[in-house]
Design a protein around this ligand. Sequence first.
Ligand code: HEC
Ligand code: HEC
Ligand code: HEC
Ligand code: HEC
Ligand code: HEC
Ligand code: HEC
Ligand code: HEC
Ligand code: HEC
Length: 438
Amino acid sequence: MKRMIKRALSKSIGRMFWSVLFVFALTPGLSQAAAPQRRPQRVRSQKPKVPPKPKVDYTKFSHTTHIVTQKLVCSSCHKVPSKNYKEFRKGDAAFPDVTDFPEHSSCLSCHKEQFFARERPAPSICSNCHIAVTPKDTARWLFPSLGDVPDPKLKRREFVSEFGVGFPHDKHIDVVGLNSTSPSPFGRGLGEGLSTRKPSPPSPLATEEERDGASFANALFQEKKPAPPKSCPVCHETYQPQGNSSEEYVTKPPKGIGDAFWLKKGTFKTIPNSHTICFTCHSADSGIAPEPKNCEMCHKFVPPMQLKVDFDPRLATPMGADKFMLARWGRRISAGAFRHEAGEHPDLSCLNCHKVDSAAFSTIDPKTVKVPVRSCGGPEGCHITATVDDGGALNFEIDSRKKDPNFACTKCHLTFGKEAMPENHPQAIPKPKPKKTT
Ligand code: HEC
Ligand code: HEC
Ligand code: HEC
Ligand code: HEC
Ligand code: HEC
Ligand code: HEC
Ligand code: HEC
Ligand code: HEC
């Protein structure tokens, strides 16, 4: 009896909680949804209910369902700028960005049932955007486009993106320059470097004379056409969380490591983690397409790909790889042991190894992003020489593999080196010049 009363009581308390919550939170959304809408999908919610539905997991929002099956456009849910865009980047650093999840109104036309489901502690659909929904705590996660916000007040959620970012490098090499006074383009420094951009820079499509304006001096562009490698650090910097520490490794290697592989700092390059750089040029009033609201122009819906990577998570953890390193390492499809900071690598043009100036290079198609093995030869035959005696690492490893089929190639690889050798490796070795016959 006691239990029954308790249950009834907790039920009605629960109901009270939700009705109070919904009066506050959902009514504006509801009234919007109830108002006559141009949205064609309203019709869908009026279809007759079929009682025995297969169980749907409403904690896991999928774009496939909504973009592919329901054919919804990005802007039917994602609004830019978000109401709260000034809360995350302060003062000059704030720019009209998408900084929040879609609002209730973009879901309610189809999901009234799920929003009002009697589920504890909250309807499961809420968790796609909210951390918890209790009367005291209605906080949402940090919207993931705020990757560059340091020490965010809101928690970041772990997730696997359903999208790839399509950035046409070839179309940007001439238009993105490096502001010489710009500090680190990674992390906090980025906002500082770019906060000098107001008023917005003239179109890079402007004529030479138009470009000579005073505001231009402070802009991202340079008057002189920048040498390609100079434009790259605007978006990619060597990742060095340890700063200038003299330590060679990310964490101390075991004693007697010798030449065996252990993660060294300066291995990885960063990639942009927000809209900060893109939206300096691609803004609603710059006239440079795509505008921020055209999410689909940059975010390409790509089905998850099974990449063959030169990476072993069991090695990475004891070596002290942080989240960022793991993310980059887990995508290494050419050479898992390659270090950007090592030897002469920093003196070489990025274009020696990355053919981003070619229209064929596509950031959403991994096979085009591969670094050709031939580039390890460098301009002076660094790791690839005509003969083994000239000291080429590739020559040495190919030779060792010929002698011992179990030989593991470790100079450039972590896991690939144990596999069969691809044909392009021996082909990369320059043919000895035909001897002159007299
Ligand atoms: C039906 C509403 C809806 C539509 C339409 C929609 N989104 Fe989303 N989107 C969401 C919700 C809700 C989230 C947060 C939940 C999540 O992360 O899965 C989200 C998250 C995202 C994220 C971060 C998570 C991830 O997978 O990377 C990106 C990027 C994104 N949307 C881009 C797009 C683009 C591009 C389009 C159009 C091609 C689009 N969205 C269309 C509702 C929508
Ligand atoms: C045009 C109607 C429509 C709109 C608008 C819509 N959905 Fe859906 N959603 C569906 C349909 C249809 C399904 C398939 C399962 C079902 O019938 O409930 C679905 C499924 C889901 C699921 C289950 C997993 C999945 O994605 O397949 C979640 C979670 C979800 N929607 C969340 C949302 C959220 C959050 C919004 C608003 C940002 C939203 N939906 C807007 C029609 C819609
Ligand atoms: C698609 C993402 C999304 C889903 C799903 C969602 N919310 Fe929200 N919710 C928001 C956003 C965005 C706001 C802020 C709206 C605004 O500022 O006008 C918000 C605001 C609120 C608020 C007002 C408090 C505040 O922080 O401003 C409450 C309460 C709330 N939601 C409850 C819920 C409940 C309960 C559910 C599940 C039934 C739910 N929400 C599902 C995105 C979502
Ligand atoms: C305006 C910013 C910007 C500039 C300038 C830029 N990139 Fe990128 N780069 C990107 C973005 C965005 C991606 C895609 C990242 C992703 O997949 O999320 C990318 C991806 C790459 C990748 C592929 C990384 C991988 O493993 O998938 C390489 C290599 C690369 N860039 C090299 C270069 C080089 C070399 C230059 C100079 C010629 C350059 N980038 C200039 C923004 C930029
Ligand atoms: C000597 C050849 C070489 C040079 C020079 C070089 N890179 Fe790389 N880079 C690589 C290799 C190899 C990888 C690993 C690719 C893979 O395994 O997918 C890589 C990876 C990257 C990535 C992806 C993140 C990562 O570290 O895995 C970016 C971004 C990048 N390089 C940018 C640059 C930029 C910008 C420059 C010039 C400042 C540059 N690289 C110079 C060989 C080079
Ligand atoms: C310095 C200004 C500038 C910056 C910064 C910039 N863009 Fe662009 N972007 C341009 C210009 C100019 C064009 C037009 C180029 C053309 O059509 O040849 C363009 C074109 C594009 C296009 C359309 C290409 C097409 O096929 O129509 C995409 C997509 C794009 N940019 C994405 C990005 C992304 C993603 C970033 C950030 C990583 C970015 N841009 C940063 C100036 C910029
Ligand atoms: C001009 C190109 C461009 C446009 C337009 C654009 N984005 Fe982005 N977006 C980027 C780049 C570049 C990144 C950073 C690279 C990354 O996170 O992989 C990014 C990151 C994000 C992230 C974080 C994704 C992740 O995997 O961490 C979300 C979420 C996002 N954008 C949502 C949107 C939404 C929603 C829209 C439309 C309102 C939009 N973006 C419009 C270029 C763009
Ligand atoms: C000087 C650096 C270097 C050395 C030494 C080297 N590789 Fe590679 N390897 C690369 C690069 C760069 C790639 C990516 C380019 C490609 O696949 O063509 C690659 C790709 C591979 C792949 C992946 C091919 C695929 O299908 O994706 C395998 C497997 C591989 N190497 C095995 C070996 C073996 C076995 C050896 C020793 C005999 C070796 N490598 C020595 C640089 C090297």
